[in-house]
Design a protein around this ligand. Structure first.
Ligand code: S3P
Length: 167
């Protein structure tokens, strides 16, 4: 069979697209690529951050562009993000390719994705909620504070030490 590149893997989160793409690519001696990863490296931020800071519609536009670029030039295996096929123009481009649907049932998908998932459509709500709360409340905390201590990247002991010295 003459393989037309890229060979594309689609399916929901937890279908194993990224892992399977790597295995296939090794087998065939070609590179594996993943559109979530392409978007992240182009943007210099995670998919979760793009969702929270710029919104899902913006992520979908970046994803649409990344998919089109990869379909045009990737000579290997390409794993698409789970929602990429929701875009009509992406579906039209896929018509020219080998597209493998990795089907998965609910319980296996949940098991594979895991409870620690950072996928924005799953646990992204926690992140979005915290962002909203910080936006709404930071000025209020500052207005009542006599001391402000940064805690980012610091241990609780370090933070407590600073407060102990100051008060
Ligand atoms: C999404 C799936 C994710 C990622 C984003 C949105 C979706 O990719 O693109 O979180 O809409 O199903 P994976 O399917 O690789 O997890």
């Amino acid at each position: 069979m003459t393989r037309r590149w890229p060979v594309v893997l689609v399916g929901p989160m937890g279908a194993g697209k990224t892992t399977v793409a790597r295995l296939l690519a090794d087998e065939w001696g070609v590179p594996a690529r993943d559109t979530d990863h392409d978007v992240e490296s182009l943007e210099g931020r995670s998919v979760a951050d793009i969702f929270v800071d710029s919104g899902e519609a913006h992520f979908r536009e970046l994803e649409r562009q990344a998919v089109a670029a990869a379909l045009a030039d990737h000579e290997g295996v390409l794993a698409l993000g789970g929602g990429a096929v929701l875009d009509e123009s992406t579906r039209a481009l896929l018509a020219d390719h080998h597209v493998v649907f990795l089907r998965v049932g609910l319980s296996d998908a949940v098991k594979r994705v895991g409870l620690g998932s950072s996928r924005p459509l799953l646990l992204g709500n926690v992140r979005s909620r915290i962002k909203t709360l910080l936006d709404e409340r930071s000025a209020i905390y500052e207005s009542v504070a006599t001391l402000v201590v940064d805690t980012d990247g610091r241990t609780p002991g370090d933070v407590a030490g600073e407060i102990g010295k100051a008060l």
